[in-house]
Design a protein around this ligand. Structure first.
Ligand SMILES: Cc1cc2nc3c(=O)[nH]c(=O)nc-3n(C[C@H](O)[C@H](O)[C@H](O)COP(=O)(O)O)c2cc1C
Length: 459
């Protein structure tokens, strides 16, 4: 029997996350993203289906190059409006017992002191089921929303993220020793002052005195997710990540990314199995090949390609001409999009590829279509490439997850590709067998780093 894969539901508190335009479908429940019940119902469904994690993507600004119009984004609901997932997480915790709760937060959008406090509070409230997807993202509007004149260059953002990590590790791992919270009613001593420490962090971006205001939560540091794909991003993932999200176009590409990050793990003195890799995939499930083909076509027809291309252009920082979807891409000369255009040219060989093909390919590259048995075969191929988990992209909420749970999970379980039940304990314990960061992890180095003398403030 193979090792069971892990399953994450990839969502965003918005109408149009990855597969754009599907909120227009009669069963596109994501249009009700403002309703808390959409999310509490979804987490209960996911837990009944034995999903491991719900993972919320997040942005802190609108996509687009400086000066680009936001008309298309607003019309398409392309990640605007978008709510703050951290705010609804405690409600989701109270409706579930086992499901991991992952949010994305960028180093730009929150000061590390308040972020560490918020995550510790959530980790307590969920009994240790919180995860953080660390992003350093390239949204120039996001940078300007937080008072920066322009976007910090790519590799400098990762250097900044290193300091951010140092601050939160000091707070989560170092500020409170084990056993500091006594709550001794007889002696009248709530906390042991010799075990609560200031961190006195002074760095390029932050000065944080401490102590951390929250006592140690079940995991202390939340389970750390990351999705860097550049060399600096992979270095960062190999230092800090415990799970890495991939969006590889085929298993062979996933194998390359896994090998590149594993090599870096060794260089960082971490075990080669210290990271779980999650591949993002969407699913079209049918009971016969004819039904699969019909559903595939229906999905192709329902997608908003203008929004797909606006989003892709936004991620790459270029303004693709979405007003001319049938324009041949041969006439495009954008330097920034060269690798994407080469990919489209290589994939479309029977005719002249157009701008629409960029969106079509992007919507299909991560799609797995088939009967439940056929899909299980394809997941076996992803697993053979080194993938430990699947990050399930939705077309509609909750329908995509209901279909997955009802039609696919029973087959995956029978074939050993999905676990029969949850393991007990915190999210990290369920996945790695222990509650706290592993010893070789850089965050663990801050344990006990701040001495034993009772602290003062402001001295
Ligand atoms: C599955 C997945 C989810 C991601 N989610 C977010 C997100 O929610 N917010 C965000 O700003 N960036 C997100 N990213 C972008 C990554 O954080 C990262 O910036 C990107 O993969 C490029 O890597 P690089 O920064 O090393 O170049 C995501 C990437 C992947 C593959």
């Amino acid at each position: 029997m193979p090792q069971p894969l892990l399953y994450s539901a990839f969502v965003m508190d918005t109408a149009s996350h990855i597969l754009h335009g599907l909120w227009r479908q009669p069963d596109g429940g994501q249009v009700d993203f403002n309703s808390l019940e959409l999310w509490t119902d979804l987490v209960k469904t996911l837990e009944r289906g034995r999903f491991d994690v719900i993972f919320f993507a997040d942005v802190h600004g609108v996509y687009g190059a400086p000066g680009e119009s936001i008309t298309r984004h607003v019309k398409a609901g392309l990640q605007i409006p978008s709510n703050d997932p951290a705010v609804i997480l405690s409600a989701l915790a109270s409706h579930t017992e086992h499901l991991g709760l992952a949010i994305t937060s960028s180093i730009v959008q929150d000061h590390p002191f308040s972020f560490a406090r918020k995550m510790s509070t959530l980790d307590h409230a969920s009994r240790g089921r919180i995860a953080w997807n660390i992003v350093t993202n390239g949204l120039s509007n996001g940078a300007r929303n937080f008072g920066f004149e322009s976007l910090t260059p790519h590799d400098e953002r990762y250097a900044w993220a290193e300091e951010y990590m140092e601050v939160v590790y000091k707070l989560w791992e170092g500020s409170w020793d084990e056993g500091a919270l006594l709550q001794d009613r007889v002696r009248g001593i709530h906390g042991d002052p010799t075990k609560v420490h200031r961190i006195d962090h002074v760095g390029r971006h932050y000065r944080v005195e401490g102590p951390h205001l929250v006592s140690p939560s079940p995991q202390r540091t939340p389970l750390l997710f990351q999705a860097g794909s550049s060399p600096a991003g992979m270095d960062f993932a190999a230092r800090h990540g415990e799970a890495v999200f991939l969006m590889a176009p085929a298993p062979a590409f996933a194998a390359q990314a896994v090998a590149a990050i594993r090599e870096r793990l060794a260089a960082n003195g971490r075990r080669s199995d210290a990271i779980k890799f999650f591949q993002g995939l969407s699913f079209v499930i049918g009971s016969t090949e004819d039904e699969v083909a019909r559903r595939d076509r229906a999905l192709d027809e329902a997608i908003d390609y203008e929004a797909m291309i606006t989003h892709l252009g936004g991620i790459m920082g270029i303004d693709l001409d979405v007003d001319a979807l049938d324009r041949p891409i041969d006439s495009l000369t954008t330097e920034g999009a060269r690798s994407l255009l080469d990919w489209v040219r290589a994939a479309v060989t029977d005719r002249v590829p157009t701008v629409r093909d960029i969106g079509l390919l992007a919507s299909r590259s991560s799609r797995v279509s088939g009967t439940p048995e056929g899909i299980a075969d394809q997941l076996t191929a992803w697993q053979a490439a080194g993938v430990d988990g699947i990050n399930v992209i939705n077309a509609v909420i909750p329908g995509s997850y209901v279909d997955f749970i009802e039609h696919l999970m029973p087959v995956l379980r029978r074939r050993g590709l999905a676990a029969q039940d949850y393991r007990p304990g915190s999210l990290r314990r369920k996945i790695f067998g222990h509650d706290r960061l592993a010893d070789g992890h850089p965050g663990a180095a801050w344990r006990g780093a701040f001495g034993t003398a009772p602290g003062t403030v402001g001295a």
